[in-house]
Ligand binder design. Sequence first.
Ligand SMILES: NC(=O)c1ccc[n+]([C@@H]2O[C@H](COP(=O)([O-])OP(=O)(O)OC[C@H]3O[C@@H](n4cnc5c(N)ncnc54)[C@H](OP(=O)(O)O)[C@@H]3O)[C@@H](O)[C@H]2O)c1
Length: 342
Amino acid sequence: MGKLSLWSFLSEQGQDLPLPGESVAGKTIVVTGANVGLGLEASVHVANKEPTLLIATCRDTVKCEQTVKILRERCAGSRPASLDSWPLDLSSFDNVRSFADRFVAEGPERLNVLVANAGTFNPVYTRTQDDWEVMLQVNYLSTALLSILLLPHLLRSATHDDPSRLVLVSSLGHYLAEPMLTDSQNWDHILGAISAKKFGVSGYNLSKMLQVAFVRELGARLPSPTPLVITAVNPGLCHSSLQRELEKYRLLRMVLAFVKWLLRARTSEMGSRNLVYAALATNAQDLHGRYMSSCEVVEECDFLLSAKGQAFTERLWRETIEVLSKVDDRVSQIVSTYLPAR
Ligand SMILES: NC(=O)c1ccc[n+]([C@@H]2O[C@H](COP(=O)([O-])OP(=O)(O)OC[C@H]3O[C@@H](n4cnc5c(N)ncnc54)[C@H](OP(=O)(O)O)[C@@H]3O)[C@@H](O)[C@H]2O)c1
């Protein structure tokens, strides 16, 4: 069963993680949330390997321009045409749909890898323009929408020997989400209830658990051996701007810096190796539908492995598809074509 202990956490944090040597020649790779942190470092690793095209997404066009500039500076050897950055704001379903439309209209034939890294940590209860709690929408609902809308492209690009990859950047925090779900079987609507409750910091962990549940269900709906390997990844505790909302306050900034030092926080570069590994490592079929930490498959939280968690996951999937089908007609078509019930 899933385990989380201080000792195993600390020893993991100190590990030097591998970087896969696999080639990305001929591949198109999308990394979301690529202007800073893990997404930027993962993009640098990928760009240095010279894919056919890397699309590094950022929230707006200004950040896109800055990111292309940084990538060109840090990856001096790569061909300029192989680096691009497109805007994508996950707090808006319309924006996700526009990104998918643009991919259909302007994107390349192939999409081999989607690293769904963009995520937010916002303990102050906030609702998006689509009227969902912001961490639920950005980290879960919009990430699921993007994954589903790009799924046909990922499937089309797969070959027998080289399946496509979908990597969702989750978190160790998902192990801590169970207490919020003790009476979830009594909720009329899981997503509605989560969106309405003021979970604060815990809402982040919950959104990360929903990602792991999504990976398990989506993974189980694909054929075996799978043409699309889908994985949830824990990058470990890393230095990045993720806690920027807390770091606005001087005292909290100091406390967080101390805690990160005590808990041996990784650099964003080291943390990003988890993403690159899940996106490229050759033992693809072993990673499918699984949760990874420190470049190894490990067990998900006990809740998701239990009968109650399985029932929760199935309900969550149904509700997610119902919600997203109202956002975009393509969702139900894609699900009925490629993701039949088990
Ligand atoms: N750092 C850790 O210790 C840690 C641990 C476990 C999991 N993770 C996960 O790792 C991923 C990357 O986080 P990070 O640590 O690199 O944090 P970060 O430095 O804050 O990067 C987060 C990225 O996501 C983007 N993003 C946030 N809200 C967005 C939105 N509405 N639409 C589009 N993009 C958005 C950010 O863009 P802006 O800069 O424009 O906001 C940024 O590019 C996240 O999914 C996070 O949950 C991080």
